[in-house]
Write a protein that binds this ligand. Structure first.
Ligand SMILES: *Cc1c(COP(=O)(O)O)cnc(C)c1O
Length: 390
């Protein structure tokens, strides 16, 4: 394929084609506001993977809502400290900062770009309340180590599994290992609830009842709807975090196509990995690393380039009509992070790695031919020609 005539985007909206059928069905059901047929179908779908029997999945308006509820469930008080990676989306930390928490940023493991579990204990103080591991790119954190530290110090674990729906760690779905897990169905994630949406996976059965109150304005309307109480009342703090049934219907269509969606993304991911291997072998780039006993969902494919080369590479790719994208800016270097948070220990990896990372196009509208252009242009940047057949 020659130079594409229109830009190849880094991401694009996933549409599977069956969304409208479900949405038409919703229009006949006289309930758009939420907690209806499709919300329940999505929740049962998620619970199938939870494998812990007593846990629950709540489908919500966003992963941010899930994180905000998690911060209340963790009973965060002003001045409490939470341990987080600095390399994440702001909302991971915002949800806890809204409750008055001080973010304590811990460096990344270089191989995976996820929190370095070996550095967590050094960040713990008497004020520490929670650990928020972020499964960056849908790749698992070292959960055994994190859970062991959490048990030892009695800390709440909230997995930010926003990017990681259906990735696994030792056979367990990410988001189902900590006290709670938060999943996103925002447009850039593998499955979307029409642009915005999320889920809270409540793995600790003792938290289910309160979570059901928190996400519905602090009322026990969920129990009322199940016929367990005569009327519902305001019992606790709360959010309006239910997802519209229109969006749940959209989401359910995508969840039913989950195998196809992830299969296609994995095909693209694996092709980048093998296609770009010679560049990694020559030392021009570093490829992502997936730890043993984990599976990922191909939410993103990134390469890491040598220091100072990223901007020139972005420009080279843009000239070839290929969009590439740096991802997060480290939060501890941002104005809010600098004044309200603290970095524990030395920033050996976070700043360096986040300046090297570049996302390549991964989405369902990317054709094999377009992907070949992306790979060819990466070789061309380093003046190399593709040696392997794709
Ligand atoms: C997308 C994302 C979120 C936020 O999800 P929303 O559903 O948009 O609120 C949180 N954390 C990470 C790591 C994300 O990538």
């Amino acid at each position: 394929m020659d130079k594409p005539t229109k830009p190849i985007p880094t991401t694009s909206t996933t549409i599977v084609g069956t969304e409208l059928t479900n949405i038409k069905d919703v229009l006949t059901l006289n309930n758009l506001s939420g907690k209806g047929k499709y919300t329940q179908l999505c929740e049962r779908w998620l619970e199938q993977f939870m494998k812990n029997g007593n846990g629950r999945a709540l489908v919500l308006s966003s992963c941010t809502s899930a994180l905000e509820i998690a911060a209340i469930l963790a009973d965060i008080q002003p001045g409490d400290e939470v341990i987080v990676p600095s390399y994440t989306y702001v909302t991971t930390v915002n949800a806890f900062a809204l409750r008055g928490a001080v973010p304590i940023f811990v460096d990344l493991a270089d191989a995976t770009m996820t929190i370095d579990a070996t550095l967590i204990e050094a960040a713990i103080t008497p004020k520490t309340r929670a650990i928020i591991p972020v499964h960056y790119g849908g790749v698992a954190c070292d959960m055994d180590h994190i859970m062991q530290i959490a048990r030892k110090h009695q800390l709440f674990v909230c997995e930010d599994a926003a990017m990681a729906c259906r990735s696994t760690y030792k056979g367990q779905m990410l988001g189902t290992i900590g006290n709670v897990g938060c999943i996103s169905f925002q447009e850039k994630k593998n499955f979307t609830a029409g642009g915005q949406g999320g889920a809270l996976l409540i793995n600790d059965p003792g938290l289910v009842e309160r979570a059901e109150v928190l996400y519905d304005h602090g009322t026990n309307r969920t129990r009322f709807m199940r016929g367990e109480v005569d009327r519902y009342q305001w019992l606790d703090l709360g959010l309006n975090a239910t997802l519209s049934e229109l969006q749940a219907a959209f989401l359910y269509a995508q969840l039913q196509a989950a195998d196809d969606i992830n299969g296609r993304r994995m095909h693209i991911w694996n092709r980048y990995y093998s296609g770009l291997f010679p560049l990694a072998h020559e030392g021009y780039i570093t490829l992502p690393f997936v730890p043993r006993d984990t599976t990922h969902n191909a939410n993103v494919f990134y390469i890491r380039v040598r220091d100072g080369q990223r901007q020139a590479l972005i420009q080279h790719m843009a000239n070839a009509n290929v969009q590439t994208h740096p991802q997060f800016m480290p939060l501890h270097l941002s104005p809010y992070g600098q004044t309200h948070g603290r970095f524990s220990g030395v920033d050996r990896v976070t700043s360096l790695a986040s300046a090297q990372i570049l996302l390549l196009p991964v989405h369902l509208s990317l054709s094999d031919e377009e992907q070949e252009v992306v790979i060819r242009e990466l070789f061309a940047f380093w003046d190399q020609t593709i040696q392997t057949s794709l």
